[in-house]
Design a protein around this ligand. Structure first.
Ligand code: SF4
Length: 465
């Protein structure tokens, strides 16, 4: 089947009349997969646009990690379906990513508007799938396509992929996950952890740097595990060092670590390498040892405390982000109180909170003592209120500090530039509004600025110096 598609692609000279929009839902890893597919489609001559109603084909790259993500994905599919002929112009819908990997048959059965599903090991098939659908563009799809067999490893990486922004580039350094947290469906969807060979990452980073992009954001389900199966040891520190030697790269940020992977050599490299952001995103998931154990997490409150001390001792200005989950089965008021007390002690600068949802195929799905929705929501609200105070307090420390800011966009009213310093990750953290003394700044420029307002937990204001 794949061979036949390939021949069709080679023979087709009129792909540029076919308009395709790709929608990226979920996390940064999904965005990278979307950028890869978009690049491949452009290389095959298709007209990739950003306009669902005007498109012939829409690709929805979904997340299926938890209930809210699944709902978001289904809503997005239904919204796109509203634009399908005869009501609109869209002729074919392809659903790719985690939701299709998890529920391919359900999607094809329950959402008849969908013409093809593509699993996480099949991003590289996008051109062939589109080519097949194009042969039936003006008629109903005779045979729905289901390419979801197999998972794990790197499905498809395009080193010269087109980036969604010039301000920074996500760089995938691993795929899948080695851990088996009892609530998490990621290993079921993406397979076990596979590190990407270091030379491959460096090659892609050089291509990115040659285009003028100065900030790299490293992503994997657990970046701190980098190298563990490939080189039989953790090699994130070495990777950071090598990436920092690339001309043009000014800032390297590490996302999604695991507390036990925050090793002394990693801290040392981060503290002493001026190109590595003093920033860490380490999802801890909970603060009570009883719940952490039930979640099959390898860390506990004592380890979290000691690693945070190590990080802050070596890098007092380090901005640390985390994620926690409320409403895990068996979470009593006492467990919840312990988590809150620990969060007050640990003082993460930023925190994201999820509400537990039982996911089919995970051990936590069948655990007794599931928590009712009202209690989950109340605990979520309490964490949110608590963190608001902690973040505001942490943020105040940055008043009057001078920091390098990466210019990412311009505010809607055109008055400010919008940027991020080492302490703000794209998409999840607050931004810095910059009043510039310069005539004109470009997206991706790095400028020195003094923070003049950081009075709450939200965005900051700075002035260039
Ligand atoms: S570390 Fe745990 S929560 Fe994170 S992706 Fe792996 S299994 Fe899921």
């Amino acid at each position: 089947m794949e061979g036949a598609y390939a021949i069709f692609v080679a023979m087709n000279n009129s792909n540029d009349s076919i308009k395709i929009t790709l929608l990226a839902l979920g996390c940064s890893k999904n965005l990278i997969d979307c950028e890869n597919m978009s690049t491949e489609l452009k290389k095959a001559g298709y007209n990739v646009i950003n306009d669902v109603p005007e498109s012939d084909i829409v690709v929805i790259n979904t997340c299926g990690f938890i209930e809210s993500a699944k709902k978001e994905a289904i809503d997005a599919i239904l919204e796109v379906a509203d634009f399908k002929v005869p009501n609109g112009n869209v002729k074919k819908i392809i659903v790719s990513g985690c939701l299709s990997q998890r529920y391919p048959e359900d999607i094809l059965k329950e959402l008849p508007e969908v013409d093809a599903v593509l699993g996480t090991a099949h991003y590289g098939d996008i051109v062939n799938v589109v080519a097949k659908l194009v042969t039936e563009l003006d008629v109903e799809t005779t045979e729905k396509i289901n390419l979801t067999s197999g998972k794990g490893g790197f499905s498809h990486l395009v080193k010269d992929r087109e980036l969604s922004t010039e301000a920074y580039a996500w760089l995938k350094i691993g795929e899948g996950c080695l851990h088996r947290c009892s609530f998490c469906a990621i290993p079921l969807i993406r397979g076990t952890f596979v590190s990407r060979p270091m030379e491959d990452i460096i090659e892609e980073a050089k291509i990115i740097a040659a285009r003028g992009v100065k900030e790299l954001v490293l992503a994997a389900q657990d970046t701190t595990n980098y190298g563990i199966e490939l080189y039989k040891e953790r090699r994130l520190a070495e990777l950071l060092k090598k990436l920092s030697e690339i001309d043009g790269i000014e800032l390297i940020r590490v996302m999604y670590g695991y507390m036990d992977g925050i090793t002394p050599d990693l801290i040392d490299e981060m503290a002493n390498n001026p190109k590595v952001a003093h920033y860490l995103d380490i999802p801890i998931q909970h603060g009570s040892d009883k719940i952490l154990k039930s979640m099959y997490r390898r860390d506990n409150a004592e380890l979290i405390t000691s690693r945070l001390e190590m990080i802050r001792k070596a890098m007092p200005d380090c901005i640390i982000r985390t994620t926690v989950m409320v409403g895990f089965p068996g979470e009593t008021e006492e467990d919840f109180k312990v988590m809150k007390e620990n969060l007050k002690k640990w003082k993460f600068d930023r925190l994201g909170c999820f509400i537990f949802s039982p996911e089919e195929g995970t051990p936590a799905y069948d655990l007794p003592d599931q928590i009712d929705e009202e209690t989950k929501q109340r605990r979520y609200d309490e964490i949110y209120e608590l963190q608001k105070e902690i973040s505001a307090e942490q943020s105040k420390k940055r008043l009057n500090t001078v920091t390098k800011v990466n210019i990412c966009s311009v505010s809607d009213d055109g008055i400010f530039y919008i940027g991020r310093s080492y302490g703000e990750s794209p998409e999840v953290d607050p931004v810095i509004y910059i009043a510039s003394r310069e005539e004109e700044l470009k997206i991706g420029d790095f400028v020195e600025a003094r923070i003049v307002d950081c009075s709450d937990e939200y965005d900051m204001t700075a002035v260039t110096i």
